[in-house]
Design a protein around this ligand. Structure first.
Ligand SMILES: [Zn+2]
Length: 511
């Protein structure tokens, strides 16, 4: 047996019976109590062998005080499929490298009778097998052979992953208190699948595969901004990925520098995936979110239009993504607005059919939206000029360029933000600036007045479906169960359970 940083299980079992009981008995509780959190934690242990382990438990006093169950839900990690184990893993020399125990939780219990059943959680290490693992904790040979064979008959060709958690219910033999038999062994390689081997009265073992149904559950997370919005969300129990998505959806509308203040409240609505016995297999996908700013509340709603991709919309059904940039340039200032004005060169009053942005010569000009180049070249008083067609109805034009962007010529498509040219003063111009026009239905309109109309909107057949969904989400953001409450309730339910009932907890989980 190769020992690493864990004390030998047999050393621990021998001569320290009362301590051992104190430690082992709460093991399943700790797992049960942590319920939601452990689902993710155990999975991440399995898929990432480098994740820090709890410190080795040598004596009761060295056990860390913080039970796993009390960790904030941010320990939830998106579970990844377990790494496959190859045939070599099972043929490898057997070495049991140690086992993992959960720290003691709650007050110490009175010493139980000598053959009282107790629970044990072991971790499958590299090169380990079930039989070897059971040998290491002094399970009689006949029993461990039977248990291992029964489990293998369930698993068939499937292999258990390194780091897999094995839950055992043990009972010391009446005549040999240092030796324990296995009352039951269970392993749950996937949240929806559990394999259980149970001892029958006649001493033989039964094997059973339990399937848990996975279904979505809608929960809300409410938080208050303290520091970064992402961290605040995670503290309140939202997964990081959902918060990142929320922030991205808000970013088109919210000026994070100016509008975001400490203490502002937010709510995110999440869709979790949960097994029929309450194990969370996905910590939550963002369905909707709401951020209460000083003067307004910004709400985003996930929606997938027919034949389209998921996107976020405001409750009016407008995409949060703006179809057009507010300004087709970085760092510019408006030098002349749309409207009637005295022409600086021609000297008479005329419609200024665009907006002028003052910027140094050579400043890159960006395509205001996705589109196709319909014109690129000299164009009279416009000087070097580019026109983009975005939709049948909408076009934008850019004038007085010093030069046209690389590859920009009629017929090519451009993406929003792509450089289509550089600021100059060609044509009828008094100094370097961009003259920017917005065309709707062939007529020039004020670009600055278009920003709200220019969002993509949910339309046609999608509109009714969107409105129903939006109403539902808005109400659920007020009424859906709070994720943290569910986790707390599950934890309370497990910890208030009588320790003797825990023996039946594995059976109860099949409900
Ligand atoms: Zn102009």
């Amino acid at each position: 047996m190769v020992m690493t940083d864990y004390p030998s299980p047999s050393d621990r079992l021998k001569g320290t019976k009362s301590t051992t009981f104190g430690l082992f008995r709460p093991v399943l509780f700790a797992i049960g109590a942590s319920g939601l959190a452990m689902g993710g934690l155990v999975l991440s242990h399995r898929s990432n062998p480098d994740i820090p382990r709890p410190p080795p438990v040598a004596t009761v006093s060295e056990a860390p005080e913080t039970p796993v169950a009390n960790l904030p839900p941010l320990v939830l990690v998106d579970s990844e499929p377990a790494p496959p184990i190859t045939a070599a893993d099972f043929k490898a020399p057997l070495d049991f490298k140690g086992f993992q125990m959960k720290p003691q939780e709650g007050p110490a219990e009175p010493e139980p009778p000598a053959n009282e059943p107790y629970e044990l959680t072991l971790r499958l290490e590299k090169g380990d097998t079930i039989e070897k693992m059971l040998a290491d904790i002094d399970v009689p040979e006949a029993d461990r052979k039977q248990v291992a064979e029964k489990l293998q008959s369930l698993l068939k060709k499937r292999r258990l992953a390194v780091g897999e958690t094995i839950e055992l219910q043990m009972q010391p033999l009446p005549d040999q208190p240092d030796t324990s038999r296995v009352l039951s062994l269970s392993v749950r390689p996937q949240p929806e699948r559990e394999y259980v081997v149970t001892r029958k009265d006649d001493g033989s073992y039964d094997a059973e595969e339990k399937i848990y149904k996975v279904s979505p559950r809608i929960v809300r997370v409410e938080g208050e901004r303290s520091g970064s919005l992402q961290q605040s969300g995670m503290k309140a129990g939202a997964p990081s990925a959902a918060m990142i998505e929320f922030i991205r959806a808000l970013s088109y509308d919210v000026d994070f520098q100016r509008e975001l203040k400490e203490g502002q409240k937010f709510t995110v609505l999440l869709e979790q995936l949960v097994t029929s016995d309450g194990l969370v297999t996905h910590p939550g996908r963002l369905l909707a979110g709401e951020l209460r700013l000083m003067k307004r509340t910004v709400t985003v709603i996930r929606f997938r239009p027919q034949g389209g991709a998921d996107g976020f919309y405001n409750p009016q059904g407008e995409s949060v993504v703006r179809s057009f940039l507010r300004t087709p340039m970085d760092a510019s200032r408006i030098t002349s607005r749309f409207g009637m004005r005295e022409h600086p060169i021609l000297g008479f009053s005329a419609l200024h059919a665009g907006v002028d942005f003052g910027a140094p010569t050579g400043t890159p000009i960006l395509a205001a939206g996705n589109g196709r180049v319909v014109s690129a070249g000299p164009n009279g008083g416009y000087g070097l000029y580019v026109k983009l067609q975005h939709t049948q109805d909408v076009a934008t034009a850019y004038a007085h360029m010093s030069r046209i962007g690389p590859g920009i010529k009629p017929g090519v498509t451009v993406r929003q933000g792509q450089v289509i040219g550089f600021v100059g003063s060609t044509g009828m111009s008094t100094g370097p600036h961009l003259h920017y026009e917005f065309h709707r239905g062939g007529k020039q309109v004020n670009p600055l007045a278009q920003k709200f109309a220019m969002r993509g909107t949910v339309g046609g057949k999608d509109a009714a479906r969107f409105q129903t969904l939006a109403r539902q989400y808005l109400s659920q953001m007020k009424n859906a169960p709070v994720a943290a409450d569910i986790a707390k309730k599950a934890a309370e339910k497990k910890t208030t359970q009588n320790p003797k009932d825990s023996a039946s907890s594995q059976v109860a989980r099949t409900n």
